[in-house]
Ligand binder design. Sequence first.
Ligand code: MN
Length: 164
Amino acid sequence: MTREGEREIVKVEKPSGGEGYILKEALLGAEELGAHCKMFSKVTLPPHSELGHHEHHGETETYYILSGEGIYEDNGTKIPAKPGDVFFCKDGDGHGIRNDGEEDVVFAALSSIGGEARLSDIYAEIDGHKKAVSNPHWKDKVRQVLQMYSSFYSRERGVWAIAA
Ligand code: MN
């Protein structure tokens, strides 16, 4: 277990191109998350901040609003968000959230993997990262990893999934 105040809080400026910043507090570490969860975090969105629109591929994301009032954006549709509301972003959809109020909007974010992803989306996610820049054959390496481990299987040409 961990207690309030023991976990690392990371400040992310202009999250997904939105204004202001968010504070992200991972509630679980990588080992606890296991193979099917990518993230379980507490997110604080201060007044006049926005987590900009972004899409999820090969994963889903759930926001559970704990406090404050914001505007959730679901594939371009704006919806008022209040404590107790749960918003689910399914694989392939896009979302964001903004805070025009005067108090923090705090929510739990749960991200699970296990859907499928196009190889081109996997490349887009990795492109520009340190290890990709230093290895000119990084795309070969990505395909090698996908083929090597039985956790991944190809649903159709260029589409990869994680085995249940
Ligand atoms: Mn998201």
